[in-house]
Structure formats: structure tokens, C-alpha cells
Write a protein that binds this ligand. Sequence first.
Ligand code: ZN
Ligand code: ZN
Length: 551
Amino acid sequence: MPAKTTSAVVTSALPYANGEIHLGHIASTYLPADIFTRFSRLNGREIYHICASDDFGTPILIKAEKEKKTPAEYVEYWNKRDYDDFTALGISFDSFYKTSSNENVRFVTEVFEKLSKNGHIYDQTVIQFYCTFDDKFLPDRYVIGKCPYCGAENQYSDLCEKCGRVPDQILEPKCAICGRPPVKKESKHYFFRLSSFGQRLKDWLNSNGHLQNDVRNYVINWIDEGLQDWDITRDLSWGVPIPLPEAKGKVLYGWFDNHLCYISTLKKLVSEKKGEDGKKFWNDSEIYHFIGKDIVYHHYLFLPAMRLGIDSEYKLPDYIPTRGHLMLQNQKISKSRNWYIGLRDFISSFNPDYLRFYIASVVTYSQDDLNFDFDGFYEKINNELIANVGNFVNRALSFTQKSFSSKVPEPLNKADDVQNETLSTVVESGELLAKNEIDRALKRILKYSNFMNQYFQANAPWANKDTAATTIYVSVNSARSMAILLEPYIPFSCEKIWSQLNLGGTVHEQKWESAKERGVAAGHQLGKIEPIFRKIEAKEIAQWKEKLGKK
Ligand SMILES: [Zn+2]
Ligand SMILES: [Zn+2]
């Protein structure tokens, strides 16, 4: 498969603006999206990686009230914090915006109006909890009570955190703000006619050959079982107001507005960066929505149905790369049990590339859950990244420094079997990356690194004076190729290799195909050579394991 030349838009599912990014988020969504984007950039493809904080909804309103902040102030904090954390991990967004932006609110309003005009929205009266003391309707998280399943007190009406079940009807309901029992009152709600899109969704799912088969099949099963219309109304102050005079005090449900932020953010970026129409760019590009499997329903049904409902003014996704959840030491991640690792905490202890490398090596292109295992992490970093890649690069460059005063020697004979291996590595790993097979592509590159270690060892430049110049010339050039091939995976370390190679510019702006070439000429002077990596010590791993599950 040749590298694609059409432009592309990559989106990563939006993090909810009420808590820190943890390892689970990274593994299913942001890292795979970043690796794919970086690879595409090296191929010279015009590609934009879009993301935003998901700012609206009840949980945020409640937390903001608790912290005595306005919701806007509250989400501003998390927007910045998330962006900083992502950046520290090398996730290279072209735009990280927010669902509460004016641009998004305006766009969501337009979409609602168009759906309404096309007959896809209707209203209906529903019975809802209402607090007469606070004088407001109490959606989901504003009602707490006793779980009907396990009897736990003070649980949300839409989720028992003790037993993890969703109560049908919470017992002894209380208003979460004042603690008084609420009454039931009628409220007018607006519904999106998802049920009428079944056949069109099915046609689209069947005609799109890029979707993962297992996901497609069970989404089609859901359609066959019959789709329910979506209540898209919340009686809240924090959200996109429903643009109807009779809907005062009502806002749109977060899942109505958040995925529209992919489009509104891209439009803003394209108009600012290129002075062009974002709609045209969107429709001329291949669209990739990277998600975790927990939001399949929203991305395979709700999102495409809404786009169909506005006459496909914005094209439907070409790809929805969907991946499984991350387990931690083979157990489910849980913040309340502290079975959980915050991103910021983790990369303050370890090189961010170590996390990227480890996750990339275990993340398959499927919905299978993957596992973060501390012993596996320790072994992969020390034995594969450091003992394989780090060892080869450092040996090649230090030998040049020591024996040739850092000047790349003139080879006696350029023809050798390394060149064939370099070519096939670039081609094969590139084909895998283009297909989103991140883990398999990495394996292929590591096989190359292993091959180069054996080459270096077998040719023993320290003992063979007559062939040493050729061995070193070939090895330095392979180190350069590896820096390019590994850039999507370990960008910070590849930057270091690039600077030690002293080739000018940055590794991020190189061409993937140029990894086939011998881009370091004989006579070239290397920069300052240092080890690229630091080994992980067993005691660091022991400390991390110790912390897990402790309050
Ligand atoms: Zn319960
Ligand atoms: Zn109340």
C-alpha cells in the first residue's frame, strides 16, 4: 500500500474536563492517534490532529459548585492541565480547543436548527425530579439516594459507585445540593429521532470498507434490535442553550455537542492557518475518529446519524479506529480504589518515551483489552528499547567518536546486505503503520535494530582494522534510518539521536522514505555523543507496585 497523499483529519475522543488524564486514556486513544499522525506527517501528508476538552454537563457543574468556581473557570483549569499533560507525553495536537468555545456553541446551534428543520427533532413531556427549595430540575447526578441493588447510601441516581450498576429507580431520593427530597414534575424535552436512521446507518456501515469488522457487526446487531430516540435535553444552566424561545433554561445533552467540536475546531484551524473554508477541507480529507470501545455507540450511530440528518453537509468518518481498555496489573483501572496511574505522576518518574514505547508495543488494532504490567514494562524498556535500540545507536556513534574522532569514515565497499534489510524495513513497517498496525510495525523496526546489533557484533570493528571503516559508515547510517522510523514512537529520544548525528534541522521534519537512503556522508562530523537512555532500576518498579491500591 503506497503512502496516502490525500489530506486527513485525525480526531481523538475528547477528555471530560473534570479530572486528570491517566494511562487508560493514553493507551486506547491519544497515543495511537499521535503515532499515526506523526507517521503521516513524515510521509508529507497534510494532516491535522484535533482534540478539545469536553466542557459541559452535570458532573462539571457539581464539581465547580463544590470548588466555588464558575463552571467556565473550572473547565479552563482542566483544559490547560490536560493540554500540558498531553504535550509532556509528546502528543502533538494541531489544535486542542474546547466544546464551550463560541465557535462550537455557534456550530452546534446551527446543527440543531438544521436537524429541526429537517424533521429529526421532536418534543415530548417527561417526568423529572425537581427541587422546590432550589427551584430547579435535577438531572441525573443531582439526585442521590440509596442503591436498590446493594443498599449503598449516597449514590448518584444514574450510577452506583459501590456496585457499578445503573439503578432503575434510586431509593430515598435526595437533592444533591440541599439534601431535601425532590418532587416529580413535568418538563418538556427534545428528542433526536435516531430510530428513523436505522436503514441508512446500516447502509453506511456496510459500504464503509475501512471499519473494523467485529465492531461493525455488533453495531449492526444493535440496529437490528431497534434504535431508541435520544433525549438530547438537560434542565441545566451549563451547556449549549437549546435555540428555541420555549426552551428557556434547557441545554443540549453533552453527547449532542461534543463530537461536533471535531468539526468546529477543524474549521477554525483551517481558516486561521490556511485562510480556507474548513468545510471543503473536511469533505476533501480522509476523516479518522480515534476512540476507545466505551464510546462505540456514540461514534458509530449517534454521530453519523446526526451528520446524515444535516444532509451529509460534513462527510461521515472514513475510519473509526477503536481500541480496548487498558487494565492495570490485570485488574480494572479504578480511581476510587487507587488502582490507577495518573499520567503526570508517571512521566515525572519515567522518560515519556518509555511509556510510549511500552504501550505501542502492546496496543493491538482491535477491541481486545490490553494490560499494563510493571514487570513487562521493566523488561521491555531495559531489554528491548535500551539493550536493542539504545545499545546499537550508542555503540555505532561512540565508536565513531573514539576511533575516528567523530568523523564518519569513508567505506571501502558500499555494497552489502544491510541495505536490503534497511529497504524492506522501511517498506514493511510503513505498510503496517498506514494500516494502523502500530504494534506490528514497531516489532518490524525492532527486528531491524536486532539485525544491526548482530551486524556490528559480527563485523567487530574493534578487531578488524581493514573493514572497520565500512562497518561504522553503514552503522551510523542505520542509526539515522532508525531515528526516522522510530520518530512516531519515541519522538524525544529520536530528537536526541538526530542531534548527536548533527545533521541539522529536526527529525520530525524528515521524510519517511528518506530512511531508505544513506543520508550521512563520509567525512561528516558527529555531534556530542551521550547515552540516549537510562535503565530502569528494579527498586523503582517495586515502589510503584507498592503504591497501587493504597489510599
Ligand atoms: Zn449499588
Ligand atoms: Zn435542593
